[in-house]
Ligand binder design. Structure first.
Ligand code: SF4
Length: 466
């Protein structure tokens, strides 16, 4: 169901301001070190009491990569010493035992994601040990609907490894592609062939993986409409189930690797918008549904179905069909969400190892949401995932009068209404087709922290909304 309007570059340019991606609300910038291991254990106890045997979502972070992609803003460690994987796996096994004890083995893992870094920096045997530890301590779901996904770098994985991953129980893969143009690939230090990538997709289908997802990035150096169109054509023909086309955010002051990128070769803002327009036009014409926030899915895909039936959610991995599952984060820098808290593990390997090897969880910081945070989170997630909200639903869940509680926000929304991004109705707020391309800008109206940061003149810590 494609309800996107004609691309309005001037409108999008007007709202192109830094803002969170709302994979959580509040965003990770609000986490504090006051939230410690004891706070995490208390959250786990509350989650255990409240949710009984409800399934869990688990994220495993593998930080190592063999070479640096210059655009990258992920938490990763560049090394070709593959033996660095072993102590990390041993630490993960210990952490899984520590975490599993908190849930007394009563909550099976229904959703599992391995991200990085490069998860396949680890051998299949090492990945198998992590899966076995998860099965021992939590229990891995064997249901048909389980979602076990892993991020793959087509430069470092071959079809036999893919078969091993299928054997371990993974049923979804996410392939990093970014751009196939040779000049762009050189400029970002990520040279990967079309053939290797397409062979992996073919092999994944043959092995019965339920979903193949591809990541692209627009706004990279040397990208032009012509070169980008060629990449889009290849991907369209390969027909993955899901596509994420991210906007490159050039923040060299925050991400050291980006200092290798020649900023004079980046597409100008107008050209970058043209790349976005081309992306949307090509994928929707090829039959993909626009899910929101850079994501596309084939109409039969669970993500597209969830969007249509109003059950779509957002979590730290982006859009998801599984809302409300408690999330356990494992590994350096990983983020968890238990009960009414968010937490993040140590962001440096040393800190992660010293905590785990001392037999304590590596929780470094986090946040317990206030009632106001939960209210605003519900509003923002409804806008991001369901194109709007009914006042009565929010009022019933949070015991407020929407129009009174958000009188100032509804006033700000008036400007967006004038620009045709939202429609205020008697019983709620609707995001218009034009607004679907500017969800972050709409959500920011209800973000108390973003507003405070703007008022305080805080330095830029988010990427622009496009
Ligand atoms: S983009 Fe992926 S493979 Fe490249 S450096 Fe970042 S995490 Fe590693």
């Amino acid at each position: 169901m494609n309800t996107l309007p004609a691309f309005d570059a001037a409108l999008i340019e007007r709202y192109d301001r830094p803002g969170p991606r709302y994979t959580s609300y509040p965003s990770a910038l609000q986490f504090t070190e006051r939230f410690d291991e004891a706070a995490y254990r208390a959250a786990a106890a509350r989650a255990r009491a409240a949710r009984g045997t409800a399934p869990l979502s688990v994220y495993v972070h593998v930080p190592f990569c063999a070479s640096p992609c210059f655009y990258c803003g992920c938490s990763r460690i560049i090394t070709r010493q593959f033996d660095r994987g072993e102590p990390y796996v041993q630490a993960l096994e210990k952490e899984i035992a520590l975490q599993g004890a908190l849930f007394e083995g009563r909550r099976a893992v229904e959703q599992l994601h391995f991200g990085g870094g490069t998860p396949t920096f680890l051998s299949s045997e090492q990945l198998g040990r992590i899966m076995a530890a998860l099965d021992d301590e939590f229990g891995l779901s064997e249901s048909e609907g389980r979602e076990f996904s892993i991020e793959l770098d087509p430069r470092t994985i071959s079809p036999p490894t893919l078969a091993a991953l299928a054997g371990l129980g993974f049923n979804r893969i996410s392939l990093g592609v970014q751009d196939f143009d040779p000049q762009v690939q050189q400029a970002v230090n990520r040279v990967q062939s079309v053939k290797d990538t397409l062979d992996l997709i073919t092999e994944a289908r043959r092995l019965g993986f339920r979903s193949v997802s591809v990541d692209l990035i627009y706004g990279l150096p040397y990208q032009t409409r012509e070169s980008w169109a060629r990449t889009l054509d290849v991907i369209t023909r390969a027909a993955p189930d899901r596509i994420a086309a991210y906007s490159y955010a050039h923040l060299p002051e925050r991400f050291k690797a980006q200092r290798h990128i020649d900023a004079t070769r980046l597409p100008l803002p107008r050209e970058k918008l043209a790349l976005l327009a081309l992306t949307i036009e090509r994928f929707t014409r090829a039959g993909y549904d626009y899910i929101g926030m850079d994501h596309f899915a084939r109409p039969h895909d669970e993500l597209a179905l969830a969007r249509r039936d109003g059950t779509l959610h957002r979590n730290f991995q982006g859009y998801s069909t599984r809302g409300g599952l408690d999330l356990v984060g494992l590994g350096m820098t990983s983020i968890g969400a238990l009960d009414d808290t968010y937490s993040q593990n140590a962001r440096q390997l040393d800190g992660y190892y010293s905590a785990i090897n001392a037999g304590v969880l590596a929780v470094d910081k986090g946040l317990r949401l206030t009632a106001e945070d939960k209210l605003r989170r519900d509003v923002i997630m409804a806008l991001m995932c369901r194109d709007g909200l009914r006042f009565a639903d929010i009022e019933a869940a949070h015991g407020i009068r929407f129009t009174e509680h958000f009188a100032a926000e509804l006033g700000h929304l008036g400007l967006l209404e004038e620009d045709g991004l939202v429609r205020r109705e008697a019983d709620g707020i609707r995001v218009t087709p034009s607004g679907r391309l500017l969800l972050r800008a709409i959500a920011m109206v209800f973000d108390a922290y973003a507003l405070r940061a703007v008022l305080a003149g805080a330095p830029r810590r988010h990427s622009a909304v496009i």
